[in-house]
Design a binder for this molecule. Structure first.
Ligand code: GDP
Length: 593
């Protein structure tokens, strides 16, 4: 009888079952496992154990079963306050609105009443006995990040639109993020005190983006407010309650608590501190909990006013102490039967998480689309389109939607002009979407994030290529014969115009290297403006074969003289894809040229 907690290495298997390495490797080959450097999945370890007549006890299987979602008992469900997130374009007044709401309605505490930032707060509505919970990190970025990490906490989104500025790019982004999460939107038309306020114009723009105001015959609730002058804040709160009543939000406060981390930090005195939003059940001081990959026992709980609490019911945000480590925003909290069980699950999860990181694919990719459709795993193909001009985006979006068939529906969940940003990657991760860039590039940070979040980003220069590849992928004919490999990037620091020669960019290599034979893509503000070969690559006066990271060089482009300061010159080459590599390309940008 042996006890194991998770996947083991070949060496650990040898030690545990007293076997020779060669015997284990032979067994693995029989199972079709050729890579002996990887940790072996539990089921393989168990199979080997069984062959050598060992009984295996998987320590955590029992404990983990406690983590299975318990079904709700409908007879015990009672109404709970709605949880609200504020979104909108920068400077439209999200922070001011959160402050105005907090100041008008939070019951002041006895010791001066200044609320602390713990990531969320609750307001009491006088007279009605009702409450609303606000997440006070405004913006759809934080919201989608939580969603990408598996936590859906928000019930209603408040979209703040400034009455004098109207619908702006981040307004549209916020709308798409809320719709992708399937939560209702209430529009707060803000700054109505300003002389330039034009409410009708805002409503017209909203209607153009699919949010038709109620007084225009649609079903979007719009409330006119001024966060600065505190005008109609109560009206907004009433509307939130009305919308939440229609959704009849309920939870069972009698069960063991389930919640989500909305913020966390390491405190010098208290150790790991996390703000938990309770979603189901009641959390009590002393409860043993598992939170993401860490665990502990709730030592203390406090609300946003710093008041100690002994228990927290659904929709209440509380700051807790007593965890072993700092969890991540978006991690789930669950109360379990004992600290011992919590510890076992945490150990198991840490191993599982390492495994998870080693696995190649998480989100949908073109190369696996067909098999996922066939397995019935993908019924909706979600796509985000970013492009250099609105016209091409619309054309591409319309054509892609037409590819829908009876097995899979193509949805364009977000599109916009501009470079591929980190927000796009997060939205793709949260909504299992592909990203298509048309003559635009991911920013360096977005590219890194795409790699960690395993989001497939494809860039094209020709609309037909994009449509063709996705169509091919849907029927299993996708054949990325070549993939693009980025060699490096240089930034243009200075521009020299030299007669008879042309324009030379005085550049610094920012990452990787620039080689004489590479193809160069000229990227300005994330938009691809030219692609072609090099005419010259020089270090000081000498011709260079390649220039590496950190060094300066002069670059002349063939047939292109419009280099400007700040341009990014991206060097890449096309490499043939070997069949064995095909399944593991989460983030390559295949192109067929
Ligand atoms: P955020 O970037 O969306 O969080 O916007 P802020 O809340 O920081 O507000 C941006 C600016 O708009 C600040 O200077 C606020 O004082 C101002 N502002 C916010 N709400 C109002 C309002 O209702 N009326 C007026 N006149 N100014 C406002």
């Amino acid at each position: 009888m042996v006890t194991i907690e998770g996947p083991l290495s070949v060496k650990e298997v040898c030690d545990l079952f007293k076997l020779q390495r060669i015997d284990v490797i032979k067994k693995l080959m029989n199972f079709g496992i050729m890579n002996v450097n990887q940790r072996l999945p539990l089921e393989v370890v168990i199979k080997i154990a069984e062959e050598y007549k060992y009984t295996v006890k998987v320590l955590t299987a029992e404990a983990e079963s406690q983590m299975a979602e318990e079904a709700d008992d409908h007879s015990k469900m009672v109404p709970r306050p709605p949880i609200v997130t504020i979104m909108g374009h920068v400077d439209h007044g999200k922070t001011s609105l959160l402050d105005a709401i907090r100041k008008t309605n939070v019951v002041e505490s006895e010791d001066g009443g200044i609320t602390q930032h713990i990531g969320a707060y609750q307001v009491d509505l006088p007279g009605s006995g009702q409450r609303i919970t606000f997440l006070d990190t405004p913006g759809h970025e934080a919201f989608t990040q939580m969603r990408a990490h598996g936590s859906k906490v928000t019930d209603i989104a408040i979209l703040v639109v400034s009455a004098d500025d109207g619908v702006q790019p981040q307004t549209i982004e916020a709308i798409d993020h809320a719709i992708a999460a399937e939560i209702p939107i209430i529009v707060a038309i803000n700054k109505i005190d300003k002389p330039g306020a034009n409410i009708d114009n805002v409503k017209k723009q909203l209607a153009e983006h699919g949010l038709v105001p109620e007084d225009w015959g649609g079903d979007t609730v719009c409330v006119e407010v001024s966060a600065k002058q505190r005008i109609n804040i109560d009206g907004l709160l009433e509307m939130i309650l009305l919308v939440s009543e229609m959704r009849s939000l309920k939870a069972d406060p009698t069960r063991k608590a389930v919640g989500a981390v909305i913020e966390s930090r390491l405190d010098k005195g208290f150790g790991p501190v996390a703000t938990i939003l309770i979603q189901k059940g009641t959390l009590q001081v002393g409860d043993p909990v598992i939170v993401g990959c860490t665990c502990g026992k709730v030592r203390s709980m406090a609300n946003a006013r710093g008041e100690k609490m002994a228990r927290a019911i659904p929709s209440t945000p509380v700051e807790i102490t007593g965890l072993d480590e700092v969890p991540q925003a978006g991690d789930k909290l669950k109360v379990v039967t004992s600290e011992k069980v919590a510890r076992e699950i945490a150990t198991h999860r840490q191993i599982a998480m390492r495994e998870e990181r080693m696995k190649l694919k998480k989100h949908i990719s073109l190369s696996e689309l067909f098999s996922e459709i066939q397995n019935g795993k993908v019924k909706d193909l979600n796509i985000i389109i970013k492009g250099d001009v609105a016209g091409s985006i619309i054309a591409l979006s319309d054509s892609l939607k037409k590819l829908s068939n009876d097995k899979v529906r193509v949805n364009v969940i977000h599109n916009n002009v501009g470079a591929i940003t980190e927000n796009d990657i997060l939205l793709a991760a949260a909504s299992n979407a592909l990203i298509i860039g048309f003559r635009v590039r991911p920013s360096a940070l977005a590219e890194k994030l795409a790699e960690t979040e395993k989001v497939d980003v494809k860039v094209y220069r020709i609309i037909y290529d994009a449509i063709d590849q996705i169509q091919q992928a849907m029927v299993g004919m996708y054949d990325p014969t070549y993939k693009e490999v980025v060699l490096g990037r240089a930034e243009v620091r200075q521009v020299f115009k030299i007669s008879h020669i042309g324009t030379i960019g005085g550049c610094q290599v920012k990452d990787g290297k620039i080689t004489r034979d590479a193809t160069i893509r000229v990227v300005r503000d994330g938009i691809e403006i030219y692609e072609g070969k090099l005419k010259s690559l020089k270090r000081f006066k000498d011709d260079a074969k390649e220039v590496t990271n950190g060094l300066e060089c002069g670059i002349g482009m063939d047939k292109f003289n419009d280099i400007k300061e700040g341009d990014i010159l991206e060097a890449f080459e096309m490499q043939e894809v070997k069949p064995s590599e095909m399944s593991g390309q989460a983030q390559s940008k295949e192109n067929r040229r």
